[in-house]
Design a protein. Structure first.
Length: 339
């Protein structure tokens, strides 16, 4: 999911409270997929209601969004639209990988290897259109805005950040930087302790802030050149060149200046590279959005999550109380800023 540039992009570790007062465009698909992947039973099965329908995404949206609001962060979830045709191969590869993981999961269950089963189950995670619609429905009830992108969600989120409609984007991917987001926050919605696979070791996952202009300056390249590095490494729109990772790709662009020069020097053929570059530098985005953070409709949330989906009413009402307090605190802070 996206190009991994962690080997070359400098990031600053931060605390949630460092983003107090920030409005953040959250990559909805990326984030909700993480919820479905991580929020599971010990044997790897996702949380489900009495009808057998997955609820992990709803649980993640309710509780993690509340954590963000309590930290003074105003999230807006941005959903993907129609994918570009160049993404077709990537989608097919992901589908094949999930089918392979499903077979490995079933084998692990048969052998009673619960740790492997959970790890493989996470790799089988799928986000359906029904789950997306359910997520939007819950966000409406919670008073949290969302935006439907015409194409790439991270492109839309980055455009909103470039316009100043939000302060930053939030995603696990680095694609927001390629799309021009001035600030990217990683790990924002999955902050916490995580157990390393097959090890009795836990690590603390904390937010990381990446600022585009300082990052580009430290690398000595432009945003366009960073896109060229990504194309060499491989993106959702192309497989990249075998043997070229972020560090080698960066060195090649620093030395030769452009992707075309690298291709000529190394005798490389990258189909549709100009179109891929254009996807990142001139993405399809929309100005058709309004951002308003309201209070939760408690009766509607309780009716939906508890009455229809089997959530604990005590826990949901307790979370809604936290959400209301966070909203009141945010309103008070906004009011005080006028004086």
């Amino acid at each position: 999911m996206g190009v991994n540039l962690s080997a070359i992009i400098p990031a600053e570790k931060r605390k949630m409270t460092d983003f107090n007062g920030w409005s953040v465009a959250v990559d909805a698909y990326n984030t909700i997929y993480q919820f479905v992947s991580i929020i599971r039973q010990p044997d790897g099965t996702p949380l489900v209601d009495r009808m057998g329908k997955i609820t992990s995404h709803l649980s993640g949206i309710l509780y993690r969004t509340t954590n963000l609001l309590e930290a003074g962060i105003r999230p807006v979830y941005v959903f993907d639209g129609r994918p570009d045709e160049l993404k077709r191969d990537t989608i097919a590869q992901r589908k094949a990988a999930k089918e392979k993981a499903q077979a490995a999961y079933e084998k692990a269950i048969e052998e009673g290897d619960m740790e492997t089963a959970r790890m493989k189950a996470q790799q089988t995670s799928r986000l359906t259109w029904e789950m997306v619609d359910e997520a939007k429905k819950l966000l409406d009830m919670m008073g949290v805005p969302y935006v439907q992108a015409p194409s790439e969600g991270e492109a839309q989120a980055s455009y909103m950040a470039m316009k100043g409609a939000v302060k930053a984007t939030a995603s696990q991917d680095f694609d927001s930087l390629l799309f021009g987001a001035p600030r990217l926050i990683r790990n924002l919605t999955i902050t916490g302790r995580r157990k390393l696979p097959r090890k009795q070791i836990y690590i603390d996952i904390v937010p990381e802030l990446i600022e585009l202009e300082p990052a580009l300056k430290s690398l000595g390249i432009t945003r366009g050149q960073l896109v060229d590095v990504a194309i060499l490494v491989g993106t959702d729109f192309n497989p990249g060149i075998k043997g070229i990772g972020p560090k080698k790709g960066l060195k090649l662009i620093q030395k030769h200046g452009t992707l075309e020069a690298v291709m000529k020097e190394k005798d490389l053929d990258i189909p549709s590279y100009e179109r891929i570059r254009d996807i990142f530098l001139n993405p399809v985005v929309s100005d058709d959005f309004e951002l308003y953070w309201g209070g939760p409709d408690e009766d509607a949330v309780v009716s939906y999550l508890c009455g229809e989906r089997g959530f604990s009413e005590n826990r949901v009402r307790s979370t809604l109380k936290r959400m209301r307090k966070a909203r009141m605190k945010a309103n008070q802070t906004t009011l005080e800023s006028w004086f």
